[in-house]
Design a protein around this ligand. Sequence first.
Ligand code: HEM
Length: 470
Amino acid sequence: MLSISTLGQVVPPRPSSLPARVLAACALLLGVLLFGAAPASAHAVLTRVSPEPDAVLEESPKEISLSFTETISIPAQGIRLFDPSGSEISGVTAVARGNTMTAQVPPLTADGSYTVAWKAVSADGHAVSGAYLFHLRVATLTQPVVGAESGVALWPSLLRILGTVMSIGALALYLGRPQLFGWRRRQRLALWGVASIGALLCLLSSVAAAGPVRSTGWSISFSTSTGRLTALALVLTLCGLVLALCTQGLARSRASDSDEPTTLSRNADRALAVLAVLSVATIALEGHAVAINPVALSVTLTLGHVMAALCWGAGLVWLEARTRSASATELQAVVIKRSPWAIGAVVMLGITGALLILNRVPLNELLSSWYGRLGILKLVLLFVAVGLALSNRYRLTPKLLAPKLLTGPAPDQPAPDQAASDQPAADQPAPVQPAAVSQLRRSVRIEMLVLALALLLGATLAQVAPPQAG
Ligand code: HEM
């Protein structure tokens, strides 16, 4: 993080500062939670099946029953039964109760192998499916007559990734910018619009993953935790959109929307900020966070991780805007003031990210699983960002602190000729040079790009099933 490096030289370490205390408390809490962690499960996993796979029965079974590690919802044809010739037996209707799915079976008469094909939707909104055989008196088949349907279709996952990136990205931009005086309300409105469309895409993806969108998909989706969270996220972002619209109307009723904000519009802005944070938290909890055991650990780590990413991202957006609008001296002061928070966010992000990976991926599968590989890639991105910060620390900081007077052009304009401005100003406070400000801005932009990539990878990770731990 740029501000870390920029400030490392001027801010003495403050181990007892608020960010440090909050971080220590979080680390303690996470440690306690992790200590008691049970093995993680990716999606709902079958724990008990009746009749058992490959069982040879002397009598027709009365029912088929499948139990899972977590509460499941079922699509219209949760259980399908095929006779030894491969024809589907009609009248088999599955019902779900808690984590068990059952179906009554009509009397079976033909000897031979029967195929049971099942499908369920787990709490993270992903479908899981499978097929197996049981035999009536004699085994006539070695393979089920139908294969297991593929768990998750690709396009709902892509839709979810797109929606997540749109929503979280737009809300990070929103949280970073409104503090800036003069930032137009139209832009805020547009960001809430993008966030709402992103939340809608997540909802549609969750419905499509659960079943046919035009029939059972909605009810199955809403019976999962993830489906309900996608709906809540859409409601929250739409509330934000409506409130942003109202505040824009308020601004329009005044002469200009860059007028000094009134108490009412300040309160509306505060409410919008709270809505933005809640929306991001809700979107972050969709998927694995509410489906992987122990859920308390998963939820805590995910929330800590995403909130840290949000602080960092919004902070960078804010800083980038300041490099264009604030005077260099102001810029230096705000960077100094906020750097402990930035350091806290980076440390939190790294720790929670690493703990999420370690809790979900056995060490020996770190490189062989996609979940592990993507996690490592994110770690690399984090190192890249921290590397940028270190480079700024040793390249930019000396320039910022150089005893040269800032009376030249605005930060966006080219730096003054170094030789011409080489007059020391001993009685002035340490000023900042425009060239250093431009470099700061460029560096912040690169960091923002790295963070955007990490956001994309995070949203992709949420669509990849972690390998079974333990
Ligand atoms: C570099 C800055 C990073 C940013 C901006 C970032 C951002 C995010 C975001 C926004 C999510 C939530 C995605 C969603 O809910 O769809 C997420 C999830 C996650 N991130 Fe990061 N992250 C970063 C670094 C890391 C690192 C260093 C690691 C691990 C070494 C990591 C591991 C994870 C994991 C495991 C998840 C959970 C995915 C799931 O739901 O299964 N992240 N990240």
